[in-house]
Design a protein. Structure first.
Length: 436
């Protein structure tokens, strides 16, 4: 007969049960709430994106508080997060960043990895993870249906789902947005859903294929690259490889099919590729190319600690009109002057004026936190990747590789809502190794 102390150990505490319940809710609800927050922000101009970020971070902090005893099992990731925090504080002091700017500018660097730490200790029940996979599958189906209808019906398809944006006019470019207002974001979300639904059973294959179609409808080059990355993950001899392989093949095949069937999509893709690789007559080409040049110039001057959080290229830096932008020639694509300059040079391409950051995650970290901050961020991801590898979790490894890809081609790490979502699912799927 077990002793009283043994029985006490077997019975979960109230705090542990509460943490498990909250972790389950967050795992199941995070993805659909993310999509809804994106849709509402565009449909009615509501601050739902900020509300989602705040709620996600608050839930992660609560989970850390009630699961604090588990932190001893992830000392490495916790120490890396503390080291990153110290690096942020150091660069704030060295660059004499104003308190308000420092606080606001530090959130994109510290909040997502904190969510990842919380995910590692959350340990939701297996039933919650399975339910979350079903929710992810449903979300992917909704995004796929809306995206395909947008490609088939043009502007009418956008109006049907309250995505009738006057500028840029995505329906004229053969690119779908689903419910998240931006093709690039649709490509990232669809690709991320693919490993999320990698559960045993036939429905996992169907869900992965559906998510691949949603990502492909975006016409995003990043989405196409994501299909290749996930295809490489599927080569590993792990349980979920058949499901991930099916989704990766569907993504690449659907991308090529949409390009073949839609001349405007094919023309738009060709224009984007040419804009990226062409640099004739000194004309401004792809915005990311210009951002890269300005960012590298700043890194050359401030290699170790950067300019400080909120001081260069970030949304905070643009909001506070950082003087470093003019010094290093960083274009503000939101400004009318930027568009006028394009037109003056004969460039009549549609530019997404909603971009207000470097739009390259690793470059963003390097310019504001320096190579020290970049190194610690990469070390954190590498630590998670090591856990994913040792646990044999193909979904976790796939999600981490996607986040790295998103950081090479877009905001990625510093896109709080998406980065936090990916890191949460990474931690949860590392723990849930039995399901894939």
């Amino acid at each position: 007969m077990p002793s009283r102390n043994a029985a006490h150990r077997m019975k979960p505490s109230r705090e542990g049960a509460a943490g498990e319940l909250l972790a389950g809710w967050l795992t199941v609800g995070a993805l659909p709430l993310f999509v809804v927050s994106q849709w509402l922000a565009i449909r009615w101009q509501l601050p739902t994106r900020q509300a989602f970020n705040l709620a996600f971070l608050a839930a992660a902090v609560v989970i850390l508080a009630v699961r604090r005893r588990r932190l001893r099992t992830i000392r490495r990731e916790l120490l890396l997060w503390l080291a990153l925090t110290l690096a942020v504080v150091t660069t704030v002091l060295v660059n004499q960043v104003p308190a308000g700017t420092a606080l606001r500018g530090s959130v994109p660097y510290l909040a997502p990895p904190l969510v990842g730490v919380a995910a590692l200790v959350a340990a939701p029940r297996r039933e919650s993870v399975v339910a979350a996979a079903w929710t992810a599958a449903t979300t992917g189906l909704v995004l796929a249906v809306t995206a395909v209808l947008q490609l088939l019906l043009g502007r009418v398809g956008y109006v049907m789902f309250a995505q009738d944006l006057d500028y840029p006019r995505w329906w004229e470019r053969g690119r779908a947005t689903g419910l998240v207002a931006n093709p690039g974001r649709l490509g990232q979300v669809g690709a991320s859903i693919l490993p999320m639904v990698a559960r045993p059973g036939r429905w996992g294959v169907v869900a992965a294929v559906t998510a691949g179609v949603a990502a492909a409808a975006s016409g995003s080059r990043t989405a196409l690259a994501a299909g290749v990355v996930l295809g490489a993950v599927a080569l590993l001899p792990w349980r979920s490889r058949r499901i991930i392989a099916s989704g990766a093949v569907a993504l690449v095949a659907s991308f090529l099919l949409f390009q073949a069937l839609l001349p405007v999509a094919r023309q738009d893709l060709a224009a984007r590729v040419e804009a990226t690789v062409s640099d004739t007559a000194g004309m401004l080409t792809d915005v990311r190319v210009a951002n890269l040049r300005s960012g590298l110039a700043l890194i050359a001057d401030r290699p170790l600690l950067g300019a400080g959080p909120g001081r260069f290229g970030s949304t905070t830096a643009f909001a506070t009109r950082s003087e470093l932008h003019e010094r290093y020639g960083l274009p503000d694509v939101r400004s009318p002057e930027f568009v006028e300059e394009l037109r003056r040079r004969g460039d009549d391409r549609e530019i997404d004026v909603g971009i207000a950051q470097l739009d390259l995650g690793f470059l963003q970290v390097s310019t504001e936190l320096g190579l020290v901050g970049l190194g610690l961020s990469l070390a954190f991801l590498a630590s998670l990747a090591t856990r994913a590898w040792r646990s044999g979790s193909a979904p976790a490894l796939g999600l981490l590789l996607l986040l790295i890809l998103f950081s090479l081609t877009g905001p990625g790490l510093v896109d709080f809502s998406l980065a936090a979502l990916v890191l949460w699912w990474t931690g949860v799927t590392i723990r849930d190794v039995g399901g894939g």
